[in-house]
Design a protein around this ligand. Sequence first.
Ligand SMILES: Cc1cc2nc3c(=O)[nH]c(=O)nc-3n(C[C@H](O)[C@H](O)[C@H](O)COP(=O)(O)OP(=O)(O)OC[C@H]3O[C@@H](n4cnc5c(N)ncnc54)[C@H](O)[C@@H]3O)c2cc1C
Length: 158
Amino acid sequence: MKIAVIGAGLTGLSAAEKLKNGAEVTVFEKTGRAGGLAATIEHRGFRHDYTGHFLHFKDQDVKNRILSLFDDGSLLEIERKSYIYSHGCYVPYPFQAHTHYLPEEVRRECLVGFLENLKSEDAGVPGSFYDWMNSQYGQGIVKYFMLPYNRKMWAVHP
Ligand SMILES: Cc1cc2nc3c(=O)[nH]c(=O)nc-3n(C[C@H](O)[C@H](O)[C@H](O)COP(=O)(O)OP(=O)(O)OC[C@H]3O[C@@H](n4cnc5c(N)ncnc54)[C@H](O)[C@@H]3O)c2cc1C
C-alpha cells in the first residue's frame, strides 16, 4: 500500500512512523525541512526554536515509544515544576486544577464562572480563541489566567 502524508510536523511524522510497517509512506513537506512548529533553525551559530520543545506524557506507552526513538541520550527527561505567579501565590500548572492556591475571592470567581458556564446553553462553534476559552473554562479562569497568558504568548488579543 502507498500512503502520502502531507506535512512533516509532529503529527505527520508520528503518522508516518506509525503507518510505515507494511506500507510505502512518503511525507510531503512544503518548507523542505522537518519539524513544523516544533522545528529548530540554526542561524549564524545560534539555534532558534519556533515553539516549546516539551513533550508532556500522560500515556506510558506513548512515553516508552518516544524514549525508544531517542536512545542516543539527546532527550532530556525533567520533572515538571512550573507555576503561575498570581495574587502573591505560586499556582502549579495547570492553573484550572489548582485554583485552591489562590485567595478566596479569586478562587470563588474562577469556580463560579466555571459552574455558570456548565449551566449555559451550548453557543455552537466559537467565533474566536477568546470565545472558545470562555466556553471551556468560564470567565474567572479566563480573566486570571487564560487571557493574560495567551495575550503574552501570541502578542495579540485571543
Ligand atoms: C509558542 C508555542 C509553544 C508550544 N509549546 C509546546 C510544548 O512545549 N510542548 C508541546 O507538546 N507542544 C507545544 N506547542 C504545540 C506544538 O508545537 C504543536 O502542537 C505541534 O508542533 C503541531 O504539530 P503539527 O504537526 O500538528 O503541525 P505543524 O507543526 O504546524 O506542522 C505542519 C507541517 O505541515 C506543513 N504543511 C502545511 N501545509 C502543507 C502542504 N500543503 N503541503 C506540504 N506541507 C504542508 C507545514 O509546513 C508544517 O511543517 C507549542 C506551540 C506554540 C505555538
